[in-house]
Design a protein around this ligand. Structure first.
Ligand code: FAD
Length: 172
């Protein structure tokens, strides 16, 4: 079977490639210099600047659907984008080089639901019997977040990926 991307997908690929050439690759030296200054989790100014440029260029949330002019209920949690399909988005993700963050992505998929569950569990405890009732929605919130430790890939599978990446650094 001959597979070829359509014109729309190719146009997005050109836009992302141009952006990488103009803004991302030239910023890498500054990014590595920032990293070398110490805390690897600190916000890097050059990343923040480049994010702003990508947003201004319309290269943001590419897989999210457009909101068709409807106002968001809450802009902190609702996003919009051109609604690219998986097939259209996958080559763009490859270009953006997200594999470099593979370990951190696996780590956050394990850590974030665990932290959320701990916070919700503390809230349930503080509410006493009410916490496990339907009155406050906490039990439902806990169950929904507990699901993430399986549905987004079981913790064990992410931990296995993390172990492979970390041990792989010392293979020789
Ligand atoms: C609400 C919900 C929504 C979902 N949505 C999606 C979706 O949108 N898209 C999608 O593709 N899938 C989705 N899934 C499926 C989800 O990815 C699987 O449930 C998950 O990968 C676990 O597979 P499984 O249920 O077959 O359990 P199993 O594969 O039988 O795993 C059971 C347990 O075995 C252990 N285990 C399994 N594999 C390994 C391993 N390699 N190493 C070590 N331990 C392991 C873990 O402890 C795991 O919890 C969803 C699941 C749920 C519950």
């Amino acid at each position: 079977m001959i597979f070829e991307h359509g014109d729309t997908a190719k146009a997005w690929q050109r836009r992302v490639r141009d952006f990488m050439d103009q803004h991302v690759y030239p910023a890498e030296a500054r990014f590595h210099a920032d990293l070398a200054t110490g805390n690897p989790w600190a916000l890097s100014p050059v990343v923040e600047e480049t994010k702003a440029k990508a947003k201004a260029a319309g290269l943001w949330n590419l897989f999210m659907p457009p909101n068709h002019g409807h106002a968001h209920v809450d802009d902190r949690f609702e996003f919009e984008g051109p609604g690219l399909s998986n097939l259209e988005y996958a080559p763009l993700a490859e270009m953006a080089g997200n594999k470099v963050a593979q370990a951190e992505i696996a780590m956050i998929k394990v850590a974030a639901p665990r932290i959320a569950l701990k916070v919700i569990d503390d809230a349930i405890q503080a509410h006493g019997g009410g916490g496990v009732s339907e009155d406050f929605g906490l039990a439902e919130l806990w169950a929904n977040n507990r699901m993430l430790r399986i549905a987004d890939g079981p913790d064990e599978v992410h931990n296995r990926s993390i172990a492979r990446i970390e041990f792989g650094k010392y293979r020789d």
